[in-house]
Design a protein around this ligand. Sequence first.
Ligand code: KIV
Length: 270
Amino acid sequence: MVNRKALTTSDLLKMKQNGQKITMVTAYDAPSARLVEGAGLDLILVGDSLGMVVLGYETTVSVTLEEMIHHTKAVRRGAPQTMIVADMPFLTAHYSLDQVLQAAGRLMQEAGAQAIKLEGGREIADTVAHLTRAGVPVMGHIGLQPQSVLKLGGYRVAGKSDEGRAALLEDARALEAAGAFSIVIEAVPEPVARAITDDLTIPTIGIGAGRYVDGQVLVFHDLIGLTFGHQAKFVKRYANIKDTIEQALVQYRDEVKGEIFPALEHTYEA
Ligand code: KIV
């Protein structure tokens, strides 16, 4: 375990001002959180990508608040000294202000998150303002919003047209004005994310948003090579853990069948 204090929202602001890049990665359970904390990443995101990555759902739409709380608790146990941001599940941003406050409160008080993340732009600015006035640190999420995949009919790069670019900038400005401490920008052309980053005081964290943002986020399982199926262009695999696990499992199977495992050193004496 590293000995350090979890970063705060003002630390992140200072990092932007000093031109220091912010590192964030997702985690969904205690062992992965422990590894992330040990590696000294700045932030952990308990993303609702957990639905697809570890729960086997088709989209993030199925993820419930109870599941987010359950996994955030596990991440908190694994990474007690890292700032944790927890995703608010599908539709929560559109609940009544009391309900949204209650949901955010549960993620922070019961589960141990220091901040919550909400997908959406101008349309959720009032909700973001309500949460931040109540003391909830809010991270925004614009560009490709995976919770809208069923409405959009797929995962697409956002902000390619002039209109789309202008809308993204307006969304980012509205979130900043509402009190968000940071904004995730997902799957947006590099110049668009750069323009938003230059325009805002608060830090931007990109995923598929190119180089000129204040920080980067990747999904843990993408980064270590433990995903199945399509891989987005913006992912860089730093390891190929899936192959390692497959080889280990096949070897274990063969050794048990071939009576190689367990060997004498794995047994207890009488
Ligand atoms: O749920 C998630 O993992 C996310 C990241 C892709 C930013 O929202």
